[in-house]
Write a protein that binds this ligand. Structure first.
Ligand code: MSP
Length: 662
């Protein structure tokens, strides 16, 4: 029996879960189920990353405390995984006492050993990535992942002597060719390590950020979020279960699952931190690519996300998330990017699940219902050459299956299972049981054929059970295979040909995977986002949600509106107003006008508006607001409910403040 400890990244709670987060978490869940099926001892951790500048900024923007924000969103993550039925053994929160204590313990240990020193940091910081960046990492001066120019920072801080461990790390990677998988990510890390490795700034002064774990040796500082977050992996194991120390039991078998966005922090910061803390290194990192929507990474900030629970509901009848799990592994070659579109999902679902697995099952079961009284036949001894061929094929697939999972070749495992189903389907087509059923003398043949067909389905369902646990359990229960898939019965026994138990009464045959009518796609936003979410429906050629046009006006009516070019001289948030920004807009008058605009959601960093030319309704009657006088209106786009982000209209060309717009 082997032992594995799977971890997912702990997710930032500045945004709610989308199917990108779901993928890694489902990956861990699937691997846990696979290992259980193999009889291994396995533990699965996920959780939330709750400190740092990004969280503090979002909370401030929403006008709530960071604690309120993290409690709410962490609850959404945990609740989503529960609702979907993921089998995590623990859910770690970095704001929990157990985690904070551990982080402080490690910091003190590393400080005592001389690997933490005080110094000055000067450089660039990307809040989205929550890390310092080198100029060479930027594209057009911006962080390539977040499309935002990093901030310049200069401050006194504590540093971790990361550079000291560079050679040790290179040696470890070179000695352990599969430590970082797939290989191209290993190569990427080795290439990065060709340049000298800087030390890592691991604190933030409280004058700038208080939302973090206090440094145990200097409470004027909080811990840098990555030094805090990465320690979740061992901190969660600092407890006992059934009287056994989890750290001792699982840490040496730790297998991190991440996407490529956080490779550097996991393959460089993390192992050097472990070395400095005198802890054994994790066993493996598996790195996957991105789920893309069209050409871009699916991310909340890009407004193109699909929400797991919304998806589950939309395709409830068709298995919901279970079918999406299948799509995930069918579609993504591990390590490469893959695209999610509803069209592709429906196509794969219909061809593989509705027409493939589902159809074979209902076809064979219906004939058994009609002709054998719904009883699983038992005629092994009459197997002929055709059956032996099916059996042999099945045996090979079963034999190869574990290696595909071990090697993270999920799409190949699925391909093999599809082939097995196709072999079963071809066999049924050739044997024509519906014809055999017409001839009482062919009863034994009919039984043999139906047994073989059902046995193929049983095996496919066992092999697919880590991927679609609920649906496969339904299929297996229907076939009378109720033995547990948790390792208590050896896999070789469960998946041996001929284990389908004769005499079981099949229940009512209802389609396991009903076909999805492609017409349903018409209701789904083409931008591949759930309706009502940012980005949903954007770019749709025929929008159903447009407001009815207003009554016609004459040019004279329009002429009453004095539209002017204004240059934003200052922009800031308004305390107590969640939607507003306070702008100072220069209209070429003696002094800029103060205008309150409801566009805060669109501009998390209002300073980006400064210097931009906007269109202002200059003759709008000034309005006294709670916060001050608003002298005009800035034109902005918004949807009918004001739910989507409003965007100020900008003016191109060589126009000066006060120029007319008509
Ligand atoms: N908090 C850090 C991780 C700290 S781990 C010690 C973080 N959080 S995150 O919320 O941004 O999550 C990033 C991870 O979410 C990715 O590594 C991946 O596991 C998952 N994904 C988020 N979007 C994704 C895609 N579009 N595609 C694939 N995975 C995605 O980084």
């Amino acid at each position: 029996m082997s032992r594995v400890y799977f971890t997912t990244p702990i997710y930032y709670v500045n945004a709610e879960p989308h199917i990108g987060h779901l993928y890694t978490t489902v990956l861990a869940d699937t691997l846990k189920r696979f290992h259980k099926l193999m009889g291994d001892d396995v533990y699965f951790l996920t959780g939330t990353d709750e400190h740092g500048e990004k969280i503090a900024e979002v909370a401030a923007r929403q006008g709530i405390t960071p604690q309120e924000l993290v409690d709410r969103v962490s609850g959404v993550f945990e609740g989503t995984w529960k609702q979907i039925g993921l089998d995590n053994d623990d859910f770690i929160r970095t704001t929990s006492v157990r985690h904070k204590q551990y982080v402080q313990e490690i910091l003190q240990r590393v400080k005592d050993s001389g690997d933490i020193y005080f110094g000055e940091y000067k450089g660039l910081y990307c809040v989205g990535c929550e890390r310092h960046m080198n100029l060479s990492e930027l594209v057009d001066g911006k962080c390539p992942d977040h499309q935002v120019a990093p901030k310049e920072v200069k401050e006194e801080n504590y540093f971790f002597r990361m550079g000291k461990y560079q050679q040790l790390l290179v040696d470890h990677i070179e000695k352990n060719p599969t430590w970082i998988r797939p290989e191209r990510f290993r190569n990427e890390v080795l290439a990065f390590l060709k340049a000298p490795l800087d030390d890592l700034c691991i604190s933030r002064p409280k004058t700038r950020l208080t939302w973090g774990i206090d440094l145990p040796f200097d409470d004027r500082f909080v811990t840098y979020v990555w030094f805090d977050a990465l320690l979740n992996y061992p901190s969660a194991l600092k407890r006992t279960k059934d009287g056994r120390d989890l750290f001792e039991r699982y840490w040496p078998h730790c297998n991190h699952l991440i996407a490529k966005d956080i490779l550097k922090t996991h393959a460089i910061y993390w192992p050097t931190m472990l070395m400095a803390a005198g802890l054994p290194l994790f066993k493996q990192i598996d790195v996957h690519g991105y789920w893309l929507s069209g050409e871009t990474k699916m991310a909340k900030s890009l407004g193109n996300v699909v929400r797991p629970l919304a998806f589950d509901k939309r395709f409830e009848k068709e298995g919901g998330i279970e079918s999406l799990r299948y799509f995930f592994f069918r579609e993504m070659k591990f390590g490469q990017d893959a695209g999610f579109t509803y069209e592709l999902f429906v196509e794969r679902y219909n061809s593989d699940l509705a027409n493939g697995l589902g159809n074979l099952l209902s076809r064979v079961a219906s004939i058994a219902k009609k002709n054998l009284g719904g009883v699983v036949p038992g005629r092994r001894h009459t197997f002929g050459e055709r059956e032996s061929k099916v059996e042999e094929f099945a045996r090979e697939v079963v034999e190869r299956y574990p290696a595909y999972f071990e090697e993270r070749q999920f799409h190949t495992a699925i391909e093999e299972i599809r082939k097995l189903l196709a072999v079963g389907d071809g066999y049924i087509n050739d044997q024509e049981p519906w014809r055999l059923a017409r001839d009482e003398a062919k009863r034994t043949d009919l039984e043999r054929v139906l047994y073989t067909g059902l046995e193929v389905v049983r095996l496919a369902a066992i092999l697919l059970s880590p991927i679609m646990p609920r649906k496969c359990a339904e299929i297996l229960a229907f076939l009378g295979e109720t033995r547990p898939l948790d390792g208590s019965i050896p896999f070789a026994e469960l998946a041996a040909w001929g284990e389908l138990r004769a005499g079981h009464g099949l229940g009512e045959v209802i389609p396991t995977f009903p076909r999805i009518d492609e017409k349903r796609l018409k209701d789904i936003a083409p931008a591949n986002a759930e309706p009502g979410e940012p980005g949903g429906g954007a770019g749709s050629p025929t929008r159903q949600d447009l407001k009815p046009p207003k009554p016609e006006i004459t040019i004279d009516d329009f002429g009453k509106i004095d539209l002017r070019v204004g240059v934003v001289r200052a922009a800031g948030e308004v305390e107590g107003a969640r939607k507003l920004l306070r702008l100072e807009v220069d209209l070429g008058e003696s002094k800029p006008r103060q205008i309150f605009a409801g566009i805060r959601a669109a501009y998390p960093d209002p300073s980006v508006l400064v210097g931009r030319r906007v269109v202002v309704v200059a003759n709008l009657k000034p309005r006294q607001m709670k916060f001050g006088l608003s002298q005009g209106m800035v034109l902005a786009g918004h949807d009918e409910n004001d739910t989507r982000l409003g965007t100020a209209m900008f003016v191109d060309g060589d126009l000066k403040p006060g120029d007319a717009v008509t």
